[in-house]
Design a protein around this ligand. Sequence first.
Ligand SMILES: [Zn+2]
Length: 1078
Amino acid sequence: MADEPRQTSEHELEQMPALRPAPILRLAADHLKQYDWPKTLNLPKSAFPARAAPADLARHRQKCANDLYTWQRTHRPVQDEFVLHDGPPYANGPVHVGHALNKVLKDLILRTELARGRRIHYRPGWDCHGLPIELKALQQAQTQQDETRSHRDVPPKEARAANGAGMSADEIRLRARELATATIEIQRSSFREWGVMGEWDAPYRTMDQDFEIRQLGVFREMVKKGLISRHHRPVYWSPSSGTALAEAELEYDDHHQCTAAFVKMPFVRLPNVLKDRDFMSTGKGSHRFSALIWTTTPWTLPSNQAIALGHDIRYSVIQAQAGQDKEYLLVASDRIEHVTSFLPIGATISAVEGLEDWPGSDLADGHATCLNVFQDQESPLLIAQFVTASSGTGVVHMAPGHGMDDYLVCQQNNVLTALAPVDGQGRYTAEVFPASSTHNKKLTGLDVQTAGVDAVLDVLSNAEKSWIQRKDVTPGNHIFATHAFTHKNPIDWRTKQPVITRATAQWFADTSALKGPAIESLEQVDFLPTSGKNRLISFLAGRSQWCISRQRAWGVPIPALYHAESGEACITDESIAHIIEMFHIRGTDAWFENAEDDPAWVHQSLEPGKWLRGKDTMDVWFDSGTTWTSLEPRSDDKAISDVYVEGTDQHRGWFQSSLLTHVATQDPQAKPKAPYAKLITHGFTLDAEGRKMSKSIGNVISPEEIMGASLLPPLKEKKQRSKHPTSANGKATGDTPKYDAMGPDALRLWVASSDYTRDVTIAIPLLQDVHNTLQKYRVTFKWLLGVLEDYSPSQSVGDNINDKPSFADEAVLHRLREIEAQVFEACSNYAFHRAVKEITNFVNNDLSAFYFEVCKDTLYTGLAADRRRTQAVLEEVLQRLMLVLAPATPHLIEEVWEYMPAALKQNTVHPMQRVWELNQKEGSSQQDADSTDLRSRLGTFRDLSMQVKFAQEEARRAGKMKSGLACSVEIHIPENTHSKPADHIREWAQRGELADLLVVSQAIIVEVGSTPKLNGNVAPAWRFEQVLMDWHQVDQRINVVVLPPTGAKCVRCWKYTAEEEGVSCEHCRNVLKEKGAP
Ligand SMILES: [Zn+2]
């Protein structure tokens, strides 16, 4: 039975971490049964469970999140408060891993600051208004209606829902509020399950009355400063949602297909420089002369108001001829070749001599005009900076009602009509074609982006005499060519349908006045990662306008009144103040519910009965942008929040809207201040292939799946059956696989181990790693609790000659200090993934593979004093390990604390209430020297240990040994060699630690030249040798030789140190004597 393969027994699995097996006593012979050997060993004892039961988990969570948060609000200094202002998630659906990344990251930051001794403030919030919630509420209502109806042809759900399904604004608002309230409850319960601590019982919600009133206060302040105004101006408009959109609500379709057209815009008045030229009066046939434009949005042609040229671009008049038909076109000289490539079959192009080289500045002379045939209006030739000769024809069709650039250029040139004959659903209105009532009827109501394009091109390809009255303009085909074209086009972020630009009367915040101070305020902001700064600045600088009005019911009303007859808008300070007062009394719902002519809303300074309440609501980015109003102002110069933490997409969303509204309310004379001192951005969560998670790809991993480990292989059925043969309802449990659920700490550890400054991957192998790591932490704690079960720190250690720490003790404590300093530094920079890496590395290599292995024999079989000395080291390890892991795995640490022996708790405080200070003096030269020396000795040890293991492995393969203890080791060092490694090894041998360090039965040094002593002069039965590879000089080479042990296997400690088979060794006999055994 001796030398049985050392397989890990069931007993060991239950009791100890998955370390290398330690000696477990087996009774080898009958005569030994008189002595109960296991009882003489100090095996680990702990009730710490393999997994926390759900009820226990809830108890731990209560303590490590709720109770801890409450405790620190009164126990930590009020003057050192750390404020993390929550970016509100949108209350329209269940939680996903993106939420988990965001919330857990915030919690890691908060717990790190708490560990530094600070008081923390985290009040979670929710973004409750806006179209997505409104649409969802409408769809739900529609589904209910459908269920009670029996219509066969119901139109598509979304489209009908977007139109309001015939509901009144107050009905819509009621349903939307219910939906948001219910969603918040679901999300809140998930967030809390993850151990995220904060003021969950008093969150801020953007639909709460107090919030809305504070938001309106910001609006009022901005009105006072002249930062809010109403304009008829082009804005992004979503026909599918029926509302204006902000830039932050756009996505882009990179492959949008459209019909592009080259269109001839006939000259009505020629530029002066071309007036006296006689090219128009020569030859036969048509003599039409047109500016040739190119457009990807032919549906905007009815709204043409001008033709733009480049100031320095050179233009030519070319002659296009098809049969007898001759006409003249104005194009940029550099674009003639491009235009020629679209020439209809059978047609030719030739330059008109002498008319080849006109700068745009000569042609756009304030006199020249072309005809908009739809409106029967002249469009002037203008100069615009954005015109280039690198695309199209170098001649640009301008529709200021459908493009911001066009709008600005036209405004500069006093072309003040932003015509946009398109309604909210993206259909032509009756203003599209006043020049022809017949065609006007045909076009009105057509969808501009589809049928509208065809109709417009059709009209232009056959311009009729009946509606072209101008004597100089010839009817006929005004289309030069059309072709399919693919380009990048904005789409609605919610409906994914194309977005158009359309001039409507909207409310705007003046971003041009706010940009400068906003960018200036960022000088005081710390960015993580630092690239965030330029990103935010470039988004701010590029922002042309902020349209803050929406034509939807679910939002904060814009507190404007409109004159019943003139349509004039009123936003005087008295009127807004009065309306806000009314909101105090009646709430914002009353704005929609009250009778249209309710006089209570009209301030006394206004003529009664003449003013009506507007129907527009505010952009939700204005709601969330003003969430900083829910924070208490700070008396000192600090920013109102220490940190904002959100995804990188918020550079063009929340970070920006928060900054703009915050700067807008400040004293313009004072130095502008951002609402955050630090801005942290995290990436998106991606699958293993780097794709976004989406239901349609089917690659979604939910937080529940991570916590429940249901994506990893289930636990073995055998084990499960033996414990729970049947479930409560009597069904065999084998039907449903049982997974090794690690709970919320698995989710948290995934976040903590991810480098969130980039996109974060989530995939099964990665989750398996996280799971294994967490499991490793758990068994490590279980073992530590087990071996410290009888340890009392107050008990004196120093009353024995053996109190001097061994090399292994010193080395592990040194490594503990080292990693703690590294973890401290990493956490200071919120680089949690680096901290987790250090900790895991320490647990695996320094504890599990080294120290635990070396100290286990002493703990289980050694003398009391040696055991206590080792326990003192392990207690230090346990305490510091709890401290460094508390932010990432608070549930586990809470559980460890609960199971910690009372004696250990006596002189310490809870790891989450402790203030984390490094227990080492900085910059001590003695300490640096000690560190260097220890590092060098650890290096020697690792090399030596590795070579011994290699030699043992060879011996095993040769069938000579199984247990690592079943051998002795000789280390051959040349006499008189004094390399560092040689000295280190000699020191360990002198101190009698060498065999324990290598976990073998005997280990000696053989000074080469003398005779090996272990086996006397008899040649050993076998030997396996390795060279310590790092030392190259032959005269300094150190060899490691593994040989048979010199003693017999001790029945108690299993070392081969006994005098003969079947008895215990001398060391064990001394231990037994100490224990008072016979
Ligand atoms: Zn022994």
